[in-house]
Design a protein around this ligand. Structure first.
Ligand code: PHE
Length: 359
């Protein structure tokens, strides 16, 4: 049996007449009591510690009882430390109790009302750009297209040269295109994916390539320096403008509705010949003319054309063997037309009140 007592458990009873702690041990126990109080995580734990150290049968009683047994020369220090034990431990007991009581009255920590309804976090949904891109891709997949992609940072060869865009063409101007220090560019359209894909694959080719594009545009209601396109490319023997027209007619009906018609207007792109701009009949008025289509009955949707023989030469295809069509459409533009979005900036600001409308 141990002869010296230890204050290890609450309610520990010291046997009468056994040796007591000395003055410096009181300070050690004081620190332990304070640590225990700081660690107490509830009002109940603070009260338990109070009983253990300051209660009528607690450690303080034995400390006080030990005073008269301490050697006379140690008594002043013993008394002083005993008092410090009582005063400091009591102060911390009161402080901890008050803080738990304050928490309880403000409803934090200790109390929790289990009858409160849970917090509603809302269910997320696809961003309209993602949703439309997926829809477009899904339609072309049913037509036998596969998805291809390329990097946002492109060589000027892929973005311009191979696409038959001559030096000095306005689209190469640093006012319009973001150039990197090494001469590469942030791609200004998804057309360089055509180049990459044809360089890496023999014909026939039937791809769709969604992705981000960049132009030095000053942001306004219809312009953004960063936007999205979907590129299409179909190369085989005897691909004709009639294929382009037929495939885009089918696409328009699937995307906007069975009554949607398309029309071609002559245009110019360096990488297609002939080139066209493709309009869809207005889905709002059905072609009669309204505010959305500016009374014309038609809405400009995409650029397209027959792949220029120069592009085939640049990627190592023989223009006497194959022909092809290509098209590129702006996703933001389609989203704005489809949903009647007046300002392109809504699409990027991610205001939940805007996004929730597409959920
Ligand atoms: N790259 C063109 C643009 O960004 C669109 C396009 C793609 C036109 C393919 C013709 C063929 O405007």
């Amino acid at each position: 049996m141990e002869l010296f007592f230890h204050f290890m458990e609450p309610g520990f009873q010291r046997e009468e007449g056994l040796a007591v702690m000395n003055a410096s041990e009181i300070l050690t126990w004081k620190e332990r009591a304070l640590d225990e109080l700081r660690a107490a995580d509830s009002l109940q734990a603070v009260e338990a510690a109070r009983i253990k150290y300051l209660g009528s049968k607690g450690m303080i009683r034995d400390i006080m009882a030990g005073l008269k047994e301490a050697p006379p020369e140690e008594r002043p220090a013993y008394g002083k430390n005993a008092n410090a034990f009582r005063v400091e431990v009591l102060a911390l007991v009161n402080e901890r109790k008050e803080s738990f009581q304050a928490q309880a009255s403000t409803g934090k920590a200790e109390t929790f009302d289990y009858t409160l309804p849970g917090r509603w976090r809302g269910i997320g949904s696809l961003h309209p750009i993602t949703a439309i891109t997926e829809k477009i891709v899904a339609i072309f997949r049913t037509m036998g297209f596969t998805v291809a992609s390329g990097p946002d940072i492109e060589t000027t060869f892929n973005n311009f040269d191979a696409l038959n865009t001559p030096a000095g063409h306005p689209s190469r101007d640093p006012q319009d295109t973001f150039y990197l220090d090494n001469g590469d560019v942030l791609r200004t359209h998804t057309s360089p994916v055509q180049v990459r894909y044809m360089q890496a694959h023999r014909p026939p080719v039937r791809i769709i390539a969604p992705g981000r594009c960049y132009r030095r545009d000053t942001p306004d209601a219809t312009h953004s320096a960063n936007f999205h396109q979907v590129e299409g490319l179909y190369v085989d023997r005897n691909v004709s403008l009639a294929d382009l027209k037929g495939d885009l007619s089918y696409f328009a009906a699937k995307l906007m509705g069975p009554d949607i018609k398309i029309r071609f207007r002559p245009h110019f792109f360096p990488f297609t010949e002939p080139s066209v701009e493709v309009d869809f009949s207005c889905h709002v008025c059905g072609g009669k003319g309204c505010r959305v289509c500016k009374q014309s009955g038609w809405i400009e949707i995409l650029g397209a054309g027959m792949v220029d023989p120069e592009v085939f030469k640049a990627v190592g295809y023989d223009p006497n063997e194959v022909t092809g069509y290509a098209f590129g459409m702006g996703i933001e533009r389609i989203a704005m037309v489809l949903y009647g979005i007046q300002d392109i900036r809504h699409i990027y600001e991610n205001d939940e009140r805007f996004l929730a409308q597409f959920a």
